[in-house]
Design a protein around this ligand. Structure first.
Ligand code: KG4
Ligand code: ZN
Length: 324
């Protein structure tokens, strides 16, 4: 079965064709990062206008690269949320038009579930029950996944998301936007043991909190230390909390594996440290499949199609969607 995936929830316009939820036939991503970098962050109105300009050419490119025509497709999967309302509307309406025009099933996908399903791409088959950590620009969610589409929410951030903390701290340190890659690049040039930054453990809870750490960075940096030293300490503090709490939850709940997803998982220290400190196998998508893409949406759509979860023509965006 071949599915076309469409993703326009934030600042990436993406389209992909995936076979049987596993084999990526094409995966095209047009990033708006250079446009938003001028403003130091995402401007929602600019994002939706940009999606309007690029979505159709990106979809055509994904279809051409996959050497697929409309009659070869078995469904259209599209992100319905969470995300920016105007941006989501562009993707959902284009997906509806294509599905209706070609008589194809339409599958509305939760972007967060897509980040988890990126672990099914590249030939892997995760084992249940597993603990999923989703760390992106807008979310830090810890879940127990008991089977396909069967989730129990364990914890989430009470304030800033992990990626948001990277972005805000990079701005404080003058490292630019987006912050995650900028901090990862600056950190190896610094000494992570020079400044000890606080960790919010929130013991007895699977929730996270990163706003205190961000404030501590702001105060510390006003004292005039080197940005690279602060970046290294900050990265270490975030990774320490994410790894410790994920591994603890996996042990406590008898999980067989840990699955990682979301843009922050592109971070090498997080990947290495989770793999080193977890007694269980840790699965994470390749870095380019951690950040927003449409292959993960097509993959997730395949499992929904198999389960018969087909959306109606009244499918709407859900900017504040959660998982489960
Ligand atoms: O999943 P994603 O592409 O978009 C959302 O769904 O939000 O995640 C974007 C977030 C941004 O906050 C970005 O700074 C962060 O992921 N990020 C990273 C890295 N690459 C992207 N954070 C840390 N290290 C990285 N290498
Ligand atoms: Zn995302």
């Amino acid at each position: 079965m071949k599915l076309l995936g469409i993703e326009t929830s934030c600042d990436e316009t993406a389209a992909a064709v995936v076979q049987d939820g596993r084999e990526i036939l094409s995966n095209i991503i047009s990033s708006q990062v250079d446009i938003h970098a001028r403003y130091g962050g995402i401007v929602p109105e600019v994002a939706s206008r940009q999606h309007l300009l690029t979505a159709i050419p990106i979809i055509q490119e994904a279809m051409a690269q996959a050497q697929t025509c409309w009659s070869d497709l078995d469904g259209i999967a599209v992100t319905i949320g969470p995300g920016l309302a105007g941006s989501l509307l562009v993707g959902v309406n284009i997906a509806k038009a294509i599905a209706l025009g070609h008589g194809l099933p339409l599958l509305g996908i939760n972007h967060l579930e897509g980040h988890i399903y990126a672990n099914w791409l590249e030939g892997r088959t995760p084992d249940f029950p597993c603990i999923c950590l989703i760390v992106s620009g807008g979310h830090t969610d810890l879940l127990l996944m008991r089977g396909q589409g069967d989730y129990l929410a364990l914890g989430r951030t009470r304030d800033d998301a992990a990626g948001e903390a990277f972005d805000k701290v990079a701005r404080i340190l003058g490292l630019g936007y987006p912050g995650g890659p900028a901090i990862e690049q600056a950190a190896p040039g610094g000494n992570s043991t020079l400044h000890r930054l606080p960790r919010a453990w929130l013991r007895g809870s699977d929730d996270f909190s990163f706003s205190g750490l961000k404030t501590a960075v702001l105060r510390l940096f006003q004292g005039g230390p080197a940005a690279a030293d602060v970046a290294a300490s900050f990265q270490e503090a975030v990774v320490d909390v994410l790894v410790t709490k994920t591994v603890e939850a996996a042990r406590r709940l008898g999980a067989r594996q840990i699955l990682l997803g979301g843009g922050v998982v592109a971070n090498r220290l997080l990947r290495q440290s989770m793999a080193q400190r977890s007694p269980l196998p840790v699965l994470s998508p390749s870095p380019t499949l951690c950040t927003d893409n449409a292959a993960m949406i097509a993959c997730c759509g395949y499992f929904h199609l198999k389960a018969g979860n087909i959306s109606g023509w009244d499918l709407d965006i859900a900017p504040n969607l959660r998982l489960p």
